[in-house]
Design a binder for this molecule. Structure first.
Ligand code: ADP
Length: 439
């Protein structure tokens, strides 16, 4: 017999015995009834405790009851504990999942059936300029204010992505965003955003580069084909013929130089940085580019420049000899080409107090206005376009110098002001420099 039944019988018997002492069968019956009522009240109280505990739904703080109620409480406690454990597992998985989406470099936004933001990661909030907590429940069309996006949402064709401008104005925010919607579940949508600023920039640079190269090649080609046509259609005197051939040779040479500079640049970009294996005598490099520059000034200047090396510390520098020579002679040839004939050009090596070594070239040329300085190493950027062309410049020289410097862990520096000449230098880090011990 269960404990509850014993309790019931006991209380009924107690009531009946009390009634029996009054020597009345009716009171005896009533006593038994009161006993039964008292038991059901007590039992009801226990049921209330159990129900109250179940309402809270926590496995802990279970009421301490014996008998059937106690057993029921214990069984419920076990079931609740199991459910709690399962829920904890699901919560942890959800946390992991959300943390993974937070870590994604792409923005992720979940939209409900009516296009309201249900959840978004921080990346998406940064891409689209909304508050990941405060803007939950907002219509995404109100948050992303771009006509292209409005049309995309209204069109309902989500097989392609669209590109919109970033929200600005913070520098950490991208300027170009790609967005694509992926429908899922019951009319719900997953929106992925990607920062395509760099891709766009690279694409613009590629397009500009192709346009520049085409332009640079088209000009000499037009001149060349013009001369060819003239020579084919008109009989020419020997003198004219020879003059035309000279001009044609100049244009062909210009194209050759351009192609050669382009190849140099693409080789520099496509190959690994030179190791520190070869140690080269800095004076030897200097002498080489000085004599090259002296040859150049004899060839192109009406009054040759005065080109002198400056004595410096004897150094060993490590890197790729041909690359270093090409960078140094680019600086020397610029000094010769942009400095009016008779001007002074000085070049040498020096070691700075921080241990970096510099190859520098100073000239007494026209100098460069401050606004041009940051752009000098861009491909095809020229300050003096006509002087560059006249002297066979390709607009790629300083881009090559910058690449070579960077591949050696160094950089190119320019100090110049209009009317005050220029000093260009290639700085190499201490790891690529050793003082030469004399003797
Ligand atoms: P380019 O083949 O036209 O010389 P570079 O990349 O070598 O191209 O140089 C870019 C531009 O910088 C040149 O067109 C010229 O206007 C300017 N520049 C370079 N070196 C000097 C210099 N020593 N003095 C004045 N201007 C210079």
């Amino acid at each position: 017999m269960t404990r509850r039944a014993i309790e019931l019988l006991l209380l009924v018997a107690l009531g009946a015995v009390w009634g029996w002492t009054k020597e009345s069968p009716a009171i005896t019956f009533a006593g038994g009834l009161v006993g039964a009522l008292a038991w059901s009240f007590l039992d009801g109280m226990r049921a209330r405790r159990v129900l109250r505990w179940l309402n809270k739904g926590e496995a802990t703080r279970a009421p301490n009851l014996g008998g059937t109620w106690g057993e029921l409480v214990e069984r419920c406690r076990k079931v609740i504990k199991k459910l709690e454990k399962k829920a904890q597992g699901s919560d942890a998985r959800l946390e992991d999942f959300l943390a993974a989406i937070q870590a994604s470099p792409n923005g992720v936004v979940l939209l409900d059936a009516s296009g309201r933001i249900e959840w978004s990661n921080l990346t998406a909030a940064n891409h689209l300029g909304f508050d990941p907590q405060g803007d939950l429940g907002q219509y995404v069309r109100n948050m992303v204010r771009s006509p292209a996006f409005t049309a995309y949402m209204a069109g309902g064709d989500f097989n392609h992505e669209i590109q919109i401008d970033g929200p600005g104005p913070r520098p950490s925010q991208p300027t170009k965003i790609s967005l694509q919607i992926h429908p899922y579940g019951k009319k719900r949508k997953l929106m992925i955003s990607r920062d395509v600023t760099a891709v766009q920039l690279a694409e613009t640079m590629r397009r500009d580069f192709v346009a520049n190269v085409s332009h640079e090649i088209r000009t000499p080609l037009t001149v060349l084909s013009g001369f060819v046509e003239t020579m084919q259609s008109i009989p020419l005197e020997d003198a004219d013929r020879s003059r035309y051939l000279d001009l044609m040779s100049q244009q062909a040479h210009r194209m050759q130089t351009l192609v050669s500079d382009l190849l140099t640049l693409s080789r520099l970009e496509g190959s690994p940085s030179p190791g520190a294996g070869e140690w080269i005598d800095s004076d030897e490099l200097l002498q080489h580019v000085i004599s090259e520059a002296r040859g150049l000034t004899q060839a192109i200047a009406a009054v040759p420049h005065e080109i002198e090396p400056l004595e410096g510390p004897g150094l060993w520098v490590s890197g790729a000899r041909t690359e270093l020579l090409s960078a140094m002679s680019n600086l020397m040839s610029n000094a010769v080409r942009y400095t009016p004939g008779g001007g002074e050009i000085r070049a040498g090596w020096r070691v700075r107090t921080d241990g970096w070594a510099e190859f520098f070239v100073s000239d007494t040329g026209p100098g460069i206005a401050a606004e041009h300085l940051p752009r000098l190493t861009e491909r095809f950027y020229r300050v003096d376009r006509s002087r560059s062309r006249e002297t066979g410049g390709t607009g790629l020289g300083l881009a090559i110098v910058k690449h070579v410097a960077q591949r050696h862990g160094g950089r190119i520096d320019v100090q110049s002001a209009l009317g005050e000449g220029s000093t260009f230098s290639i700085a190499l880090p201490p790891s690529r420099v050793r003082e030469r011990v004399s003797g």
